[in-house]
Design a protein around this ligand. Structure first.
Ligand SMILES: *[C@@H]1O[C@H](CO)[C@@H](O)[C@H](O)[C@H]1NC(C)=O
Length: 413
């Protein structure tokens, strides 16, 4: 009996250990409780250059045809600490009104695009920028907007969610100072949107980063690797002139990932890169004609992985191709629940770069900070520098969802 129970006890212990040890080691690796940030030492002339007027820009894209960066910024140092549903901050801030910025990587200046026909709150998060297929000097910009749900505050409606996030579609003629609102996109499948990937003005993929919006189950979802409850949804916009929930169809493009978060364009037109933030992984994937997505390969990292981007090396030769995937993320995410409420906190972060090799992935840490130069990095893009003898270099632009300024640093590739 004693033997039996101790054998049983041992196997129960072994079973629990088999679950808990990988779980604990994953959270330690990605969450970084024991990490000592090792801020990158920059050589003379390598920055950092702090870009003025780029407050809390969660996402940045490099639009190569015009060599311009586009970012969605909060433009306020305070609103995000009270209202930002992706962080579980759910006290509405009606004055929250961010904007789309254009950053010129040559002058390193940011300018806000002026809305021509768009009123009300704009609580910014992920964006995508694509060429207008009918006008080569113009772009369409899709942007997440985390609006409060007015219904929640009605008598007896406390069970409805506090947020009613939607996607905004804008149009911008390059070099102009303005941006036009095309339409809003609302759908019951768009619940906790994080990032967007557009393949045309009429077709867009959107990540829902969580299933639970708040409460204890959200914590379970944040910590438990088997909580693979996030989705990527596809929206087909059948009428660009319709409003809100009209003139569109939506479907689930992919499900079964843990905390899917950022989306990025890849090497080919049908490649879509998905990140699992807490999972610390990028999924190099393919989108199909039927608007579903299948994962082709996984790149694991040792930190939270937020918005991915792909750098296509314009100076590639057969001997050296510096093209690769770039991803930024907080390196001590375990403290985020506390720091995300504190305007003065610092969130250490890392920016990684991965290139395919014969057998897998070669990964390189491009930049690391303790959070004093850039806080809570969530997106990064590389802008090429024409090579001068040997070593390839690029400007790395890094932005963060709680960073007061975007930075640019020169890196070796
Ligand atoms: C969508 O297309 C892909 C590739 O052809 C296929 O593998 C998948 O089963 C299709 N999914 C649905 C739901 O039709």
């Amino acid at each position: 009996m004693g033997l039996l129970s101790s054998v049983f006890g041992l196997s129960l212990f072994a079973a629990l250990a088999a679950i808990l040890v990988p779980w604990g080691s994953h959270l330690i690796r990605i969450g970084g409780p024991f990490l000592t940030p090792n801020p990158t030492v920059l050589a003379e002339g390598h920055g950092p250059i702090f870009i003025e007027d780029t407050i809390h820009c969660e996402d940045v894209h490099h639009y190569r045809p015009a060599n311009l960066l586009f970012a969605a910024c909060e433009d306020s140092k305070s609103t995000r600490f009270d209202w930002f549903p992706p962080l579980g901050h759910l006290t509405p801030q009606p004055e929250a009104r961010g904007s789309i910025h254009v950053v010129n990587p040559k002058t390193l200046k940011s300018s806000r695009l002026e809305f021509e026909n768009f009123e009300g709150s704009f609580v910014t998060h992920g964006i995508d920028v694509i060429e207008d297929p009918k006008q080569a000097d113009a772009v369409y910009i899709f942007a997440v907007n985390h609006l409060p749900n007015p219904d929640h505050w009605l008598e007896g409606a406390q069970d409805t969610p506090k947020a009613r996030s939607q996607i905004e579609l804008f149009h911008h003629v390059l070099k102009s100072k303005t941006i036009q609102h095309v339409r809003s996109i609302q759908h019951p499948l768009i619940e906790t949107p994080n990032d967007v990937y557009a393949d045309s003005p009429n077709s867009v993929y959107i990540t829902n980063d969580h299933f639970y919006r708040e409460g204890p189950m959200r914590l379970v979802e944040d910590l438990w690797p088997s909580a693979k409850w996030s989705t990527v949804v596809h929206v087909q916009i059948t009428d660009l002139k319709a409003k809100d929930s009209a003139g569109l169809d939506a479907s689930v493009a992919h499900s079964g990932l843990w905390n899917n978060n950022g989306l990025g364009h890849g090497r080919t037109d049908d490649e879509i890169v998905i990140s699992s933030a807490i999972g610390g992984e990028l999924y190099v994937s393919k989108r199909h004609a039927n608007n579903t997505i299948s994962i082709k390969s996984t790149i694991p990292f040792d930190t939270v992985t937020d918005n991915p981007s792909y750098y296509a090396d314009p100076y590639r030769t057969d001997a050296h191709d510096a093209s690769g995937y770039v991803v930024a993320g907080v390196s001590q995410g375990i403290y985020l629940a506390k720091t995300a409420r504190d305007p003065d906190a610092t969130d250490p972060c890392q920016v990684w770069y991965a290139r395919p090799t014969a057998g897998g992935w070669e990964k390189k840490l491009l930049f690391e900070d303790d959070g004093s130069r850039i806080r809570s990095a969530s997106a990064a893009v590389l802008v090429p520098i024409e090579p001068k003898m040997g070593q390839k270099k690029a400007w790395l632009f890094v932005t963060g969802f709680l960073s007061e300024k975007m930075i640019a640093v020169k890196v070796d590739l």
